[in-house]
Design a protein around this ligand. Structure first.
Ligand code: GLU
Length: 292
């Protein structure tokens, strides 16, 4: 029996929800729903200094507004430190990780991963076969201390414990994947299927970034301008994907039927607000016809 498909959206609540993250959430949602699977959400709040409850609440409210309903309970990494510690301790006991005393101003006892120094190969649903030589990563740090695990480690533990089958995320994470695969192998976790989505680019083809493009990278910006959730969902679905037909206007339910992850392109997708405005007008008309 093939396992139930489980996708995940794990935002870090360190700022307003980025439009690129909304598309990531959407593609995870569509893929899970069209396969009768579950879409789960967890909050990656191990960075105590940068994580804020108000951003988390706002993100959850935004997901609700968009209609991307999560399955099951909401996990918080900050509440799972004991679980990570258990896995870290196990790796240390098995000589797959070790505590290293490092002096950086003060002495710190970090946990380093024993890198087997090999080539890691995985099949990405969008990018095809990807291969990395992990030697240059050396014995990378997986926890700042036994109680402060870092991103690569916690992601692997959480995806494993939640039985995640597909990791669909932005291409900016592709270089993280080899480290995460090494950690999976060390803790005995199965490997999920990966799909790295093309970045969303600004009109000048540069990466859509807060520093360069300000508020226009956040969902709130478009929401405050009055774009409907249906139009935003529809427009984002077309960034990096197309149905292969002339149809461009879809509701969320229609997208669940037609979306095809394997048709997502490799190249960056340019964000065009004019097109969003056009999609918004079309949705406004759908609303009018349906309310008559
Ligand atoms: N917390 C990460 C982010 O917001 C997600 C990492 C992942 O998908 O593995 O970019």
């Amino acid at each position: 029996m093939t396992p139930k498909i489980i996708t995940r959206f794990p935002p870090s609540p360190t700022g307003p929800l980025h439009i690129g993250n909304v598309r990531t959430a959407l593609f995870n949602y569509l893929f899970a729903k069209q396969n009768g699977g579950d879409f789960i959400v967890r909050i990656e709040d191990t960075d105590k200094a940068r994580s804020k409850k108000e951003y988390e609440n706002e993100m959850l409210e935004n997901l609700k507004w968009l209609g991307l309903k999560r399955y099951g309970e909401l996990l918080h990494q900050s509440e799972r430190i004991d679980i990570y510690k258990k896995y870290l301790q196990k790796l240390i006991n098995e000589n797959k990780a070790y505590i290293s005393t490092e002096t950086e101003g003060e002495n710190r006892e970090v946990v380093r991963f024993c890198n087997p120094n090999k080539s890691v190969k995985f099949e990405d649903l969008i990018r095809g076969v990807v291969e990395f030589d992990t030697t240059e990563l050396k014995d990378f740090v997986i926890a700042k201390s036994i109680d402060e695990p870092l991103y690569h480690f916690v992601v692997v533990v959480d995806d494993f414990e939640s039985d995640v089958t597909h990791v669909i995320r932005g291409e900016d994470h592709i270089s993280n994947t080899p480290r995460q695969i090494l950690i999976q192998e060390a803790i005995g976790a199965s490997r999920p299927i990966y799909a790295h989505l093309p970045l969303i680019l600004a009109q000048d083809r540069s990466k859509l970034s807060k520093r360069k493009h300000g508020e226009s990278v956040s969902l709130n910006y478009y929401r405050n301008k009055g774009y409907s959730s249906g139009a935003i969902i529809n427009y984002l679905a077309l960034l990096g994907w197309n149905p292969g037909t002339e149809q461009e206007i879809f509701t969320l339910d229609e997208l669940i039927n037609v979306f095809d992850l394997t048709r997502v392109h490799k190249g960056g997708a340019i964000f065009d607000e004019k097109k969003l405005a056009w999609v918004n007008r079309k949705h406004f008309n759908i609303g009018k016809t349906r309310n008559q």
